[in-house]
Design a protein around this ligand. Structure first.
Ligand SMILES: Nc1ncnc2c1ncn2[C@@H]1O[C@H](COP(=O)(O)OP(=O)(O)O)[C@@H](O)[C@H]1O
Ligand SMILES: [Mg+2]
Length: 426
């Protein structure tokens, strides 16, 4: 403001100066985007500056002379009254953030409340909706990022896992293939060998019958090698070799069946074969566990057999773990009652479209809280080094996403767990 001293010396000059300063002040207020108001200690609206603020709660005429409680929602009026008291008591500026419904929209404000004198305060409220919207957008973006990160982590684990499974599968398939040839070689020769040895033994008997063995040197040799024992033992040896090679052939078949490396695409398979191969591979862990199979005749299933077998493997290994835990729990609690682990495997046709496999164990079971989380990636209740928490999440993925099926679990703590797999036939 440009006032010269001589202007203030006469009353007209003073009037004019006042007028100029009022106009200037008005212009200043008009340029301000904030809501500026003066309230009494009792919360009465004393003045509302004629600013250009676009967002007033009500027109000034409806507020002036009224109290906060007349104009605003009660909770909010209480809150402002609290601030007024605080700023009058402490003489410090109080800052608050709040939102008010203005023209069908929730508008956010940031207000500073400061004491003017003993009995009134000035409130400067600024519309911060843009900032709030930006904050909300940022929060949303952060949340989206978090979600993407989780998904990426899962994908990474799955890639590592499927890479491991596929190299393991290739290894298994390779070993199985390499063993298959020599085993077939032995197996194919063993029956003629059995015949030949039988013939040779019969020949020796013939020599003995016609006393060709009376020569002392021959007699001595017969005694030395214990011919009687050889005659008895040789057929038995050959028999057990036959049983052995048959067993190896079966294992090789199971390994090939399980890894299914030759079948990266979906194929029509007998699902029971997959379960049986998986059981065969887990045989060493099933020594003390009774496996009860209750198979219904199933149609052939169109699926990614190697992956489905992986699901059986994950569920069966968990069942074995749960049974072992139950066993040790009982032992710790010195429960004398005889406990024996059981796994029930049931299969059935639901209708012309779906089949169902259920795998039930009488292991340690789990609480409802845990049951809800088991399909989450990395969720495990097992000690570090034993549990990875990826078996069930991958199984879930394989059944639901890859095959359009369903995987459910029900469990009673201390009693056991049932997994139900439902898969569409085609
Ligand atoms: N048959 C079961 N009985 C009891 N708990 C189970 C069973 N199967 C899965 N769980 C629970 O689900 C969790 C996750 O299983 P999984 O994804 O295979 O990871 P991991 O076996 O490495 O812990 C297990 O740690 C266990 O708490
Ligand atoms: Mg597991």
């Amino acid at each position: 403001m440009n006032l010269k001293t001589e202007d203030l010396e006469n009353p007209e000059g003073q009037q004019a100066a006042l007028k100029t300063s009022q106009t200037e002040l008005l212009a200043l207020f008009n340029a301000i985007q904030d809501v500026i108001l003066v309230l009494s200690a009792e919360g009465k609206y004393l003045k509302i500056a004629p600013s250009s603020a676009p967002s007033l709660y009500k027109p000034p005429a409806e507020m002036l002379g009224k109290t906060l409680h007349d104009v605003l929602p009660k909770d909010f009026a209480d809150r402002i009254m609290g601030c007024i008291r605080e700023t009058l008591n402490t003489k410090k500026t109080v800052k608050i953030e709040y939102s008010l419904p203005i023209a069908d929209q929730e508008v956010w404000f940031e207000a500073s409340i400061a004491a003017m004198d003993e009995n009134s305060v000035v409130v400067v409220a600024r519309d911060i909706n843009n900032r709030k919207q930006l904050e909300e957008k940022l929060r949303q973006q952060a949340q989206d990022l978090e979600q993407t990160l989780q998904e990426l982590k899962l994908t990474q684990t799955q890639m590592i896992h499927s890479e491991k499974m596929s190299s393991l599968g290739q290894l298994v398939a390779g070993v199985a293939h390499e063993i298959n040839n020599p085993v077939n070689f032995i197996h194919g020769n063993i029956e003629p060998l059995q015949d030949y040895t039988q013939d040779l033994l019969s020949l020796v008997e013939l020599y003995q019958k016609y006393n060709f063995d009376h020569h002392p040197e021959i007699q001595e040799f017969i005694d030395k090698i214990d011919l009687e024992y050889i005659k008895e033992d040789l057929p038995k040896m050959i028999n057990s070799m036959i049983v052995g090679t048959q067993r190896i052939r079966k294992i090789v078949l199971s390994l090939r069946n399980f890894s299914r490396m030759d079948e990266a695409e979906s194929k029509v398979v007998n699902i029971h074969e997959g379960i049986n191969s998986t059981l065969m591979i887990l045989k060493h862990r099933l020594l003390d566990i009774q496996v009860i199979k209750d198979y219904e005749k199933l149609p052939l299933l169109e699926c990614y057999a190697g992956e489905i077998n992986q699901v059986f493997m994950n569920i069966l290994v968990n069942a074995i773990d749960a049974i072992e835990q139950q066993f040790y729990q009982n032992k710790l609690a010195e429960i004398p009652e005889e406990y024996s682990g059981k796994i029930n495997i049931k299969s059935r046709v639901i209708d012309s479209q779906w089949i169902e496999i259920s795998i039930t164990d009488n292991g340690i079971g789990m609480s409802e809280e845990i049951r809800k989380k088991i399909m989450n990636p990395f969720f495990t209740t097992k000690p570090v080094g034993k549990g990875t928490g990826i078996g069930m999440s991958i199984s879930y993925q394989i059944i639901t996403e890859r095959h359009g099926g369903k995987l459910h679990c029900q469990s009673t703590i201390g009693k056991g767990t049932e997994f139900i797999i439902q898969i569409p036939i085609h």
